[in-house]
Design a protein. Structure first.
Length: 158
């Protein structure tokens, strides 16, 4: 099952971009053995200043047809790493070909796009910078693959 992060804004080169790339590369290696990946990052920019409605339109256009859509939002479900791994495995095993994760801009995701999503996921009630949210999501997707592969990374060895 392919994985995609669709995010508003461009991640400038630097430590956050390096970490996202590192986790994506690791996920691609480990994920092959458990049917996850590759991980792609799609970045969209609202150059017209249309706010969340325009960002939603751009994010929606980035979604592969038939993708299971996960909106990242502070009001979403809070899952542990093992629960996320189980959910990804369940989707993979039921024939989902792609799971796409949506990260909104400074004002979050539009209500319409959140309602269009198949589910919402939260990293907790704290607000995170978008660059860190991308890193955290990429890391959790890699961690899910290591859990499914039975690798020691999940236990703190990575």
């Amino acid at each position: 099952m392919r994985l995609q992060i669709s995010a508003v804004g461009r991640l400038r080169s630097g430590p956050e971009a390096d970490l996202v790339e590192t986790y994506a590369r690791r996920l691609d290696k480990v994920g092959r053995g458990v049917g996850l990946g590759p991980l792609s990052l799609i970045e969209v920019e609202d150059r017209k200043g249309g706010g969340p409605a325009e960002e939603a339109r751009l994010l929606e256009r980035s979604l592969p047809e038939g993708a299971f859509v996960v909106a990242l939002d502070e009001r979403g479900r809070k899952l542990g790493s093992e629960e996320l791994a189980e959910e990804l495995a369940r989707r993979r095993d039921t024939g989902t070909t792609c799971t796409a994760f949506l990260l909104g801009g400074a004002d979050g995701l539009s209500t319409a796009l959140r309602l269009r999503a198949d589910t919402e996921l939260s990293f907790g009630s704290m607000v995170w910078p978008h660059a860190l949210a991308r890193v955290m999501l990429a890391e959790q997707l890699y961690r899910a693959a290591t859990i499914l592969a039975g690798l020691p990374y999940h236990r703190g060895d990575g």
